[in-house]
Design a protein around this ligand. Structure first.
Ligand code: F0G
Length: 481
């Protein structure tokens, strides 16, 4: 909830109390440099013990509610016919309006099953923007991904409210070019992750559905960040300003043929699901569920998590749950802009995204500016962010880097985990780093896996810039921080 203070300032306020805590520690800069060196300058390879604030992701790292935790105690561990599943199915029916539900162990498992059931070699999947795993599964099934976003989508400084909109003219052009029968589905990703957590408008979804339906193309909705997209629709689309989030969910889902989601985000658990009202689609996917995931009533999830997801789906329609991260991200982004740090605007869902190309203009994309920035942020603060740039795109068939549209260092805010002082600290250290940006150098790969290389790839700095950064840091803050 946003609250106006007597000095006129508006701040986000947590509408929950902390009941359980996990200790954290702040290793000093010198130790942080040693840790990032051990991690091959890849923040994925850091250990929790070396991290002060973990803003790598909001996936599976959210604070669960007391009701979610309580529900886990009544989980029914039956292999088949678990009552926990039926409570999940009821929640999906009530909140999202789908009759058929398949749990899966996480979002990418849903993407795998959808690609298996719908994508044939030579097919095209249209997207408002790709996500790393959604693209990988389409390509592994022999398809290609075509992103058809609008002109503002990649402009990090634009304040356009709906950068996640799918471009309808490009959609029509793709139908003409490939033919509708070659388009396996059109995928709309809620609160588009890789371009800065940017939402699409409900009006856009409605138009995409009309065009897709006219050509018999299924509309697949990636709802991993569904509650944030609903929150932004209400905030930014005047027609919905006075609607409840529950109403916005139902309205969005009217246009959706297949919903899938990573339950690790909006529902604050570890799991995922696929839901639909089309029996034929359900029948096409279901046989593969026990092959890759588990029986139809648990899908590879722990039944405790199935229970908690049922509660999480009901809770995500609560304004204070859906608004928890967007309001803090808005504050985070505003404070960084005040300090001159280049960030993606408008503030989106899931994270504050720092624009590495504008932060480190002296680094060409071949030196991985977003990866260098993520490593430098860690050295300067102990905060773990994630590279979302060229390192997150795999090489092409010729072995060349595919330069990403955007070079971002993403500081994710897991839901209900961090406090205002954590945000203030991070803002301060990012502002300090920005003042010392000239010290940050580039990276090169020393070990590089062939697929999703950002997870396990190891890199090295092009010179000893890490040590230079620590020297400057210690000159300002001493050796203890
Ligand atoms: N779709 C979106 C939009 C996502 O953000 C993610 C995961 C997935 C699908 C895959 O789901 O992780 O449960 O298999 N995003 C995480 C992140 C990994 O850090 O942004 P998953």
């Amino acid at each position: 909830m946003k609250i106006k203070l007597s000095n006129g300032q508006t701040i986000p306020v947590e509408m929950h109390k902390v009941k359980v805590v996990q200790k954290t520690s702040l290793p000093p800069a010198r130790q942080r440099l040693a840790a990032i060196e051990r991690a091959g300058y890849n923040t994925f390879l850091l250990r929790t013990r070396d991290v002060f604030l973990d803003m790598l992701t909001d996936s599976g790292t959210n604070a669960m509610s007391d009701n979610q935790l309580a529900s886990m105690m009544v989980a029914d561990d039956a292999y088949a016919g678990s009552e926990s599943f039926y409570r999940l199915a009821d929640a999906v029916q009530d909140v999202l309006g789908f009759a058929y539900v398949m749990p899966v162990h996480q979002g990418r498992a849903a993407e795998h099953l959808l690609a298996k059931a719908f994508v044939k070699p030579g097919d095209v999947v249209l997207m408002n923007y790709h996500f790393t795993t959604s693209k990988a599964h389409v390509e592994l099934a022999g398809g290609t991904v075509l992103e058809i976003f609008g002109d503002e989508a990649l402009n990090t400084q634009s304040r356009a409210p709906f950068k996640g909109n799918l471009d309808l003219d490009k959609f029509e052009a793709a139908i003409r070019q490939y033919g509708a029968d070659k388009i396996a589905y059109v995928r709309m990703e809620a609160t588009t992750n890789l371009i800065g957590g940017q939402p699409f408008a409900l009006e856009n979804l409605r138009q995409v559905k009309a065009l897709a339906a006219a050509h018999g193309i299924p509309l697949v909705f990636d709802g991993s960040l569904i509650s944030e997209n609903a929150y932004f629709i209400r905030q930014r689309e005047p027609e919905y300003a006075h609607r409840t989030l529950a109403e916005i969910f139902r309205e969005m889902m009217r246009y959706v043929d297949i919903l899938y989601l990573s339950g690790r985000k909006s529902t604050s658990v570890r799991g995922g699901l696929i839901a639909t009202n089309h029996k034929e689609y359900y029948d096409r996917i279901l046989p593969w569920l026990p092959v890759y995931e588990g029986f139809a009533t648990y899908g590879g999830m722990s039944t405790k998590e199935v229970e908690a997801m049922a509660v999480g789906i009901r809770e995500m329609a609560d304004d204070h749950v859906a608004g928890a991260t967007p309001e803090f991200i808005e504050y985070f982004v505003a404070r960084l802009l005040e300090r001159g740090v280049p960030v993606v605007t408008p503030a989106g869902g899931l994270a504050c995204h720092v624009d590495a190309r504008r932060f480190l203009p002296h680094l060409p994309q071949s030196q991985y500016p977003a990866g260098a920035l993520a490593a430098a942020i860690y050295i300067a603060s102990g905060v773990r962010s994630m590279e979302r740039g060229t390192i997150s795109s795999d090489r092409d068939a010729q072995g060349n880097d595919v330069y990403a549209d955007l070079e971002l260092a993403r500081l994710a805010l897991p839901r209900r985990v961090y406090t205002m002082s954590h945000i203030e600290y991070t803002v301060d250290r990012l502002a300090w780093l920005y003042q010392h940006r000239d010290l940050v150098g580039g990276l090169r790969f020393v070990e590089e896996p062939p697929v999703l290389r950002f997870f396990f790839g190891r890199l090295a700095p092009l010179d000893d810039w890490g040590a230079q950064l620590v020297k400057a840091f210690e000159a300002d803050f001493g050796p203890d921080f």
